[in-house]
Design a protein around this ligand. Structure first.
Ligand code: HEC
Length: 124
């Protein structure tokens, strides 16, 4: 659950208020993804992917290893995995009803999502 603290110090939960509070840049169209920036986000962001995924043998095994991801998933599937992780579970994780992975659109800007996608496309 997102809790946004507004200026008066109260929390707004309802959908409408959340939409109104979304900064303009959140809805701006993202430019082309930058794989180097995506790699930086992947490894260093506090919502670090490596808390749950391994890559090159490093990281955690809560989620699937992402080595070779781009060879087994289309760019559309990769995008959906990031934005709507619960929509289609990864192979071996079908027993989850709700993915433990947070929908990344709530954490990263559209540009950062593009950058992450560009990086994930390099994982062949
Ligand atoms: C809290 C744990 C957690 C975090 C943090 C997390 N993931 Fe996940 N992720 C999972 C789990 C569990 C799955 C498997 C279930 C599913 O498909 O959602 C998954 C699935 C995926 C898939 C689909 C993999 C496949 O084989 O189809 C991709 C791509 C992915 N995550 C990318 C990322 C990226 C990039 C980040 C960082 C921005 C990230 N994840 C952060 C837990 C996490």
């Amino acid at each position: 659950m997102n809790v946004l603290h507004v200026a008066r110090g109260e929390a707004a939960f309802d959908e409408l208020r959340l939409v109104e509070l979304t900064p303009v840049e959140e809805t701006a169209v993202a430019g082309p993804g930058d794989a180097a920036r995506g790699a930086e986000l992947f490894h260093r962001h506090p919502a670090a992917c490596v808390l749950c995924h391994t890559l090159g043998g490093k990281g955690s095994t809560v989620g699937p290893a992402l080595d070779g991801l781009a060879a087994r998933a289309t760019s559309a599937q990769i995008r959906e995995s990031l934005l709507e992780p619960s929509k289609a579970m990864a192979r071996g994780f079908e027993h989850y009803v709700v993915s433990p992975m947070p929908p990344m659109g709530t954490i990263f800007s559209p540009q950062e999502i593009s950058d992450l996608e560009a990086y994930l496309q390099t994982l062949r």
